[in-house]
Design a protein around this ligand. Structure first.
Ligand SMILES: O=C(O)c1ccccc1N[C@@H]1O[C@H](COP(=O)(O)O)[C@@H](O)[C@H]1O
Length: 224
């Protein structure tokens, strides 16, 4: 079956979606049948969505070539990235809490697209974006989690989307942080994002994806 046509918002630019933190075949299939452009596999042991390499291999083998596989890491060692790229057949490497020089090194070593997460709470945080120009291939604006939080993302927190209004992005980018089927339309209208990324907002509990919520999110994106 051909992939569903991406949705279009006012500007005629297609809006696509990444469903992140998938851990089961059933919910991966929901993301694929619902038209996700990207699927995310988390390689961070503190996360409730952390995958073993064996599970990643099983999931990755199911993903058709028109859908991008994205591995999510937190300032990882090369050995973990290498094993995960192989097991998860990763097209892209998403890096949280990773300094620009390290992002550049990972991109050079692995030859994959590299997404750098920019943690946003205030307008001043957006200054980080420029530091990744020439190192990452894409920025991911995500909500900053508290210093004491176990996870730098994947907590369902959102930031003030108005901060991105009129912002000059130095790279292609995606929007994440607290998105769900009920708020993604407003988020895209405010920010003009053309790629949105969700994890908690399509779960029934931390780490437990819900097929119905996955499909509802993708439907909302396709209705834009
Ligand atoms: O999902 C995780 O467990 C995770 C762990 C470590 C870093 C990032 C993680 N998730 C990413 O966080 C954003 C936002 O997620 P949410 O929708 O607010 O729950 C998303 O890009 C995930 O890829």
């Amino acid at each position: 079956m051909p992939p569903p046509a991406p949705s279009r918002l006012l500007s005629d630019v297609p809006v696509t979606a990444k469903i992140c933190g998938l851990t089961t075949l059933e919910t991966l299939d929901a993301a694929l049948s619902g038209g996700a452009s990207h699927v995310g596999f988390v390689f961070f042991p503190a996360s409730p969505r952390h995958l073993t390499l064996e599970t990643a291999t099983g999931l990755a083998g199911r993903v058709p070539t028109h859908v991008q596989r994205v591995g999510v890491f937190v300032d990882p060692e090369d050995a973990l990235v290498e094993a995960a790229v192989k097991a998860g057949r990763l097209d892209a490497i998403q890096l949280h809490k990773t300094p620009p020089a390290r992002v550049a090194a990972i991109r050079a070593t692995f030859g994959r697209d590299v997404w750098a997460a920019v943690a946003v709470k205030t307008g001043a945080d957006l200054a980080q974006a420029a530091h990744y120009a020439g190192t990452a291939t894409r920025l991911l604006y995500d909500a900053k989690t508290p210093e004491t939080a176990e996870l730098p993302g994947g907590m369902g927190l959102r930031f003030d989307w108005r901060l991105l209004e009129g912002f000059r992005h130095p790279l292609p980018w995606a929007l994440s942080g607290g998105l769900d089927a009920g708020n993604v339309t407003e988020a895209v209208r405010r920010t003009s994002a053309t790629l949105v990324d969700v994890s908690s907002g399509v779960e029934s509990a931390p780490g437990v994806k819900d097929k119905g919520r996955v499909l509802a999110f993708l439907k909302a994106v396709q209705s834009l």
